[in-house]
Design a protein around this ligand. Structure first.
Ligand code: NAD
Length: 281
């Protein structure tokens, strides 16, 4: 079976570059599809408290026969739990649901700029890492300014930043900031949630050229530009298809065409909320 390439964090730990995301997967379905993902070859799973499926992911881990050290599990601190003490408590609840002793990666899910508790929350993640409860700590849905505040006020640089990122919204500024600071970039909604992007003539043309599928082309683009990527599917054939994106590589002409699809200069391309202005419970 193809083994997944890994990238190395600024703390020395590694992360499989391709993982499996479980947003909008019901808890009772999560156990089945995460097991299917393991069977396809995935060893990295991305969940969150707010997804309501940490317990299902935990059952899949427990029944998989895989040892914890063979897996890479991420979960995220929800917005309502931000703050130092509440983060420590929410972390333990997530770990109980997952059935794990040590977590690979814990992320602050959203910056929540108006709530403005993210620096205290980050201090709690630093404490959890010091206690050995979590190997690596990072954030999701921050701005350059927010990342800079974490660094300036604590001296601890996040290992990774998980953000909306796909060819229509390629996040050049945040990727460049991450590269300069030693923060890996992780792409959420990497397939553009399976919408228009997968039917884009540039994507389908490259797929035909490589006898690959549009989803595989987009995943291969993420891998080629250095992203950690976590596509989601609850369809077993697609789970296998997405993992098999590791089996081929794009050429420089393909990459140039895909890099040219970004719509952010026209103020378009973003699917989800803008972290700079979004605060929600
Ligand atoms: P995605 O871009 O991974 O798209 C998933 C959808 O694409 C599927 O529901 C399906 O409709 C389609 N699809 C998947 N594989 C396909 C294939 N091979 N062929 C054709 N269509 C296919 O979207 P996502 O679920 O939003 O993002 C992936 C993961 O990122 C999530 O599951 C979650 O783990 C994470 N995420 C994080 C945040 C955050 O705020 N940090 C937000 C959204 C998602």
């Amino acid at each position: 079976m193809t083994s997944t390439p890994t990238l190395t964090f600024n703390d020395g730990h590694t992360i499989p570059q391709l993982g499996y995301g479980v947003w909008q997967v019901e808890d009772d379905v999560a156990e089945k599809v995460v097991r299917q993902a393991f069977e396809a070859g995935f060893r990295h799973v991305d969940t969150a408290k707010i997804y309501g499926n940490e317990a299902g992911v935990g059952r899949a881990i427990a029944s998989s026969g895989l040892r914890p050290e063979e897996l890479f599990i991420t979960t995220k601190l929800w917005n309502a739990d931000q703050g130092y003490e509440s983060t420590l408590a929410a972390f333990e609840e997530s770990m109980d649901r997952l059935g794990l002793d040590t977590l690979d990666l814990y992320l602050i899910h959203w910056m929540q700029p108006k709530q403005d508790k993210f620096v205290d929350t980050w201090k709690a993640l630093i404490e959890l890492q010091k206690r050995g409860r979590v190997r690596s700590i990072g954030v999701s849905n921050f701005t350059v300014e927010g990342l800079q505040r974490l660094i300036d006020e604590t001296g601890v640089v996040p290992a990774i930043h998980q953000i909306e990122l796909h060819p229509y919204f390629s996040q050049r500024e945040l990727r460049a900031f991450g590269a300069a600071q030693g923060i890996l970039t992780q792409a959420w909604s990497p397939l553009g949630q399976g919408g228009e992007l997968l039917g884009d003539p540039a994507v389908t043309g490259i797929a035909a050229k490589h006898q690959a599928t549009p989803a595989q082309v987009v995943i291969a683009w993420h891998l080629a530009i250095g992203n950690v990527v976590i596509p989601k599917s609850v369809t077993e054939t697609r789970i296998h298809e997405n993992f098999a994106a590791l089996d081929f590589a794009l050429d420089s002409e393909d990459l140039e065409a895909l890099n040219g699809l970004d719509k952010s200069a026209q103020g378009e391309g973003r699917i989800g909320p803008d972290p700079a202005v979004s605060d929600f419970a």
